[in-house]
Design a binder for this molecule. Structure first.
Ligand SMILES: [Zn+2]
Length: 589
């Protein structure tokens, strides 16, 4: 996502805006020393631990660990994705967001604005036809039979595409440009062959004689449609194809409505179809979404977890339902931890989500006791495939669980999954941990492994240098040949040298630019934590301290390089290596 907007633009943007203004508009801030404070908008608290530091252009919360740049704040608070947040901020300061590739036809912003406009007109046309078209009676009857009331149908802006090949074409495709845009938006299909002559249209309506469900993006703009057939026939549901504004693998039906109806979303249900979302909404469960005819993707989940901590997948309780649930589990594993939870709601036989909620009521439907936590589903499913009474069966359980648990990021949940596997398999955690990776073993057991860990000095040295650099990125401009630092063999030295190289090629980069550059990488969270710390070094001592750390790391690197060179015949050395050897007297230890 970040790749499509040039990085230099992000850096300029972050230099132009003031994070204090951006946040203060949403969460009123009070000055406290050189920073600003407020009660944290991301967790419940009585005394303010949410801090905005204008010098770092960065916010952080000591209570819940939330942190980030102005871009990150908008993503969290306004629940935007990266590109949307950049656009919003750019609009504030009158900057136009460029794209790196120049993008293909239909993707320029003027063009997408026209697509949104046409799709909105299309939606209004379908709504009118549901109300007025003589043949829409069947559509209304279907909706009534499903128990849908008028206000709900209106809230979701349902419509009707009448039978016939050119209704939409005539109603909305007023000129050749509109026709072409309707094709790009997926609403018209070009006729095959060259049969069409002048005066005849080369297009026909994609959706005919169907109930139309408009699909909205996070701002409530119509970006596509799903159409349900009224007579027997296939496909039962037809969706808009992929277009410049509609991406099935990312969008979720009902997310806009769920967010509109709930200030805070404690959890979101993922159900199978449009009608499930709408029927649940009508019965008071306003926090359900559906994917658009695809399985849940990682993009979907990332989007959901930006809005809610818990995702509950609803599936039928039969074998097909369990299979689909297992796929959802596999997609979820890499995103668990960090306050993200996944569970499953298996529907009793013969029930839909809406029949169930009608039967048991909203309270019971949302009662977490009905949900199967991911960990239970995982181990129950695996344990059913082996005989835990035998040693071989327990070994097989480990083989099955290992690749799955490896996907879970380190943290409390992973730790507990590993512990559960250890108990089920009867294999102690210290033997199991290395097979999974990222699992901590209680101190007594790993004392022997201590010898292989990098010396304490190196870790804290690199960490300190990175912390200073994050606060004062310009320090990087004082470092030469940063790539050598990697040879110090110290954990994190590669990250340090990469940070330095980044600032050297983006000399205007501030703290925020570093955070944004590393946003999607595992080290990103770690960098935010380091930037959240206040420097204990006085301002005028920062540079000296940074350069001292760099010197120390370089000395370690030189030691390694020299040891290698000492083993190399002089005739094989490059001039550079010879000069390095001269600079590094062998006597130094
Ligand atoms: Zn907080």
């Amino acid at each position: 996502m970040a790749g499509r907007i040039p990085e230099s633009f992000i850096n300029d943007l972050l230099a132009r805006i003031d994070i204090v203004d951006v946040i203060d508009e949403r969460v009123p801030l009070k000055k406290a020393g050189k920073s600003y404070q407020a009660r944290c908008p991301f967790h419940e608290e009585r005394t303010p631990s949410f801090t905005v530091a204008p010098d770092k252009q960065f916010y952080y919360c000591f209570g819940c660990g939330a942190s980030g740049t102005a871009i990150g704040f908008l993503m969290e608070y306004d629940r935007l994705d990266f590109v949307e947040a950049v656009h919003d901020l750019a609009a504030r300061v009158g900057m136009t967001v460029p794209t790196e590739t120049g993008a293909g036809p239909g993707a320029r912003s003027g063009d997408t604005a026209r697509l949104y406009h046409l799709l909105e007109q299309t939606q209004q046309y379908y709504s009118r036809e549901l109300r007025d078209h003589p043949q829409s009676e069947r559509a209304k009857n279907y909706l009534k039979a499903r128990g849908l009331d008028g206000p709900t149908a209106a809230a979701f802006r349902l419509g009707y595409a009448p039978p016939g090949w050119d209704n939409l074409l005539k109603a909305v495709g007023a000129n050749p440009e509109a026709v072409r845009d309707l094709e790009v938006a997926g609403m018209l299909v070009p006729k095959e062959g060259s049969g069409a002559t002048v005066g005849q249209s080369r297009h026909y309506d994609r959706f005919r004689d169907r109930i139309m469900f408009p699909i909205h993006d996070h701002r409530g703009r119509v970006i596509g449609f799903g159409g349900r057939i009224l007579e027997q026939g296939e496909p039962k549901y037809l969706n808009s194809p992929e277009t410049p504004v509609f991406h099935k693998g990312r969008e979720l039906y009902g997310l806009f409505h769920a967010r509109k109806a709930n200030r805070q979303l404690e959890r979101l249900f993922v159900v199978e179809g449009y009608m499930d979302v709408i029927a649940l909404h009508q019965h008071g469960v306003s926090n359900a979404v559906a994917t658009l005819g695809t399985a849940t993707t990682r993009d979907h989940l990332e989007r959901l977890f930006r809005v809610t901590p818990e995702v509950v997948f609803c599936f039928d309780g039969d074998e097909a339902g369990h299979k689909a649930a297992w796929r959802a589990l596999e997609t979820s594993l890499p995103l668990l931890g960090e306050g993200h939870y996944v569970s499953f709601l298996f529907l009793p036989e013969g029930e839909d989500p809406d029949t169930l909620v009608r039967k048991v009521g909203v309270g019971a439907f949302e009662d977490a006791a009905r949900f199967t936590p991911l960990s239970a589903f995982l181990f129950d499913t695996l344990a059913a495939q082996v005989n835990l009474a035998t040693l071989d069966g327990r070994a097989r359980l480990i083989d099955l669980a290992k690749p799955l648990l490896s996907l879970v990021p380190g943290g409390a949940l992973k730790q507990m999954l590993a512990l559960r596997l250890s108990r089920l398999s009867d294999l102690d955690l210290s033997t199991l941990a290395p097979m999974i990776g990222g699992v901590r073993v209680p101190a007594r057991a790993d004392a022997r492994q201590g010898a292989t860990a990098p010396p304490r000095e190196g870790r804290s040295l690199v960490r300190h240098a990175i912390t200073l650099l994050l606060h004062v990125p310009a320090l990087a401009l004082r470092v030469e040949r940063a790539e050598q630092l990697v040879r110090s063999g110290q954990g994190g030295a590669d990250l340090l040298s990469e940070l330095i190289a980044f600032v050297q090629s983006n000399p205007n980069a501030g703290s925020g630019a570093l955070i944004e550059h590393w946003r999607d990488r595992p080290e990103g969270r770690h960098l935010q934590k380091l930037l959240a710390q206040d420097l204990t070094t006085p301002v005028d001592g920062v540079e000296a301290e940074f350069l001292a750390a760099i010197d120390r790391l370089r000395a370690l690197a030189h030691k390694t390089m020299r040891a290698e060179l000492a083993r190399k015949p002089l005739k094989d050395m490059t001039e550079e290596e010879k000069s390095l050897l001269r600079q590094l007297p062998l006597s130094e230890k």
